[in-house]
Write a protein that binds this ligand. Structure first.
Ligand code: MRU
Length: 369
């Protein structure tokens, strides 16, 4: 996607240098800065502090993190230690485990002297695969938006609500939930996106709004609590969100607040779609509510908000009474029954065991029943 008219990805290796670069997402939308990762620790830190975030990008960064670690020490012990250090960064997005499993099973049989170069190649392939997958999610989701556009009076936009950031900043390029939106925009379909601010970290207000703006897609940022009201008023034609982990029976776990949007959509007959790449499916899990680990982050993220003053300075302010504690569950589970359909790189399917097994028959047998 484009930043100030220039095509970019969210992570890339620096040619003939050995380092990897990322966009520091903690500084957006007020500052656009590129950050250099040269060690395993820096990669792990970038994931835990959310300089990079979003399920596919967490996986891609972990893959390069293994490469950076093996540059220093390529022994079996170091490979396992890199796996463990990266795995401990964030618990919910299963792409992390997927990417680390891919890297370790590819690298473990190799001689230590070959591992760093091979890790670089495999991490780069994982990134390229993610770009192709997300592009296909866009192609497969596009007909849903075309159909919605046909039902709208001529010249009026299709109104799509999205939560958090499941755009290109959350992946290597294109994104998941925003990929069909970009595909539709590029086809000339008139769109308007309702962007949930997504407290507490405001990924919607800070990141989704920024990237939609960079690409010229019309949007409005709304308070997290506004979605239900807009749906009651017929102002939302569909919801599309991403997911950090999808179980074999089609339950989806995404940024906290997604479940409330699904409930409101269900009550108002608004289609609720979830876009996901294959590596986001956890075939070992069935019941999302019982089984998916939910990341618990610092209460300070609820209490403190950062923003830009009129003078242009970026500051953090505490919006809560001194002494009040805060709780911060970062994800919630939307049961499959509330999901109208899943949009994947292999096509659309119902959010069900049969639906997912139909698209991924080679995986379906491996998980739980
Ligand atoms: O905590 P974050 O910002 O990593 O959460 C990201 C999300 O919840 C996204 O919706 C999800 O990763 C799907 S991404 C394409």
């Amino acid at each position: 996607m484009k930043v100030n008219g220039k095509s970019m990805r969210t992570i890339w290796p620096v040619e003939n240098d050995g380092a990897v670069e990322i966009i520091d997402q903690t500084l957006l939308p007020h500052r656009f800065e590129i950050c250099r990762l040269t060690t395993l620790d820096e990669a792990a830190n970038a994931i835990s502090t959310m300089q990079v975030r979003g399920a596919p990008l967490i996986g891609a960064t972990a893959a390069y993190g293994v490469y950076l670690g093996l540059r220093e020490d390529a022994s079996d012990k170091a490979l396992n230690a890199a796996y463990a250090a990266l795995m401990a960064t964030r618990p919910t997005a299963v792409n992390l485990r997927w990417a680390l499993d891919e890297m370790r099973s590819f690298l473990a049989p190799l001689a230590a002297a070959e591992r760093a170069a091979a890790a670089y190649v495999r991490a780069t392939e994982i990134c390229d695969e993610d770009v192709a997958i997300c592009c296909d999610i866009g192609i497969n989701g596009l007909p849903l938006i075309i159909e919605a556009a046909k039902r709208k009076p001529e010249g009026t936009p299709v109104n799509i609500l999205t939560h958090c950031n499941a755009g290109w900043l959350a992946a290597v390029d294109w994104g998941t939930a925003l990929a069909p939106i970009y595909a539709a925009h590029n086809e000339g379909i008139i769109l308007h996106i309702w962007v949930d601010e997504t407290r507490p970290r405001n990924q919607g207000a800070s990141l989704t709004a920024w990237e939609l703006g960079q690409h010229g897609v019309a949007h409005s940022i709304i308070a997290d609590n506004a979605g239900g009201h807009l749906m009651q008023g017929g102002q939302v034609d569909m919801v599309i969100t991403g997911t950090d982990r999808t179980t074999a029976q089609g339950d989806v776990c995404n940024k906290i607040g997604t479940y409330l949007k699904a409930l409101a959509a269900h009550d108002n007959g608004v289609p609720f779609y979830v876009a996901l790449p294959g590596p986001t499916i956890d075939w070992t899990m069935s019941d999302g509510l019982a089984e998916i680990p939910i990341e618990e982050r610092s209460g300070d993220e609820v209490k403190w908000i950062s923003g830009r003053t009129e003078e242009g300075e970026v500051v953090s302010v505490d919006v809560t009474p001194e002494g009040s504690p805060a709780a911060n569950p970062a994800f919630d589970v939307t049961p499959a029954r509330l999901v109208t359909g899943l949009i994947t790189e292999r096509g659309l399917c119902p959010a069900s065991r049969e639906g997912l097994a139909g698209l991924y028959p080679e995986q379906a047998g491996k998980g739980t029943s």
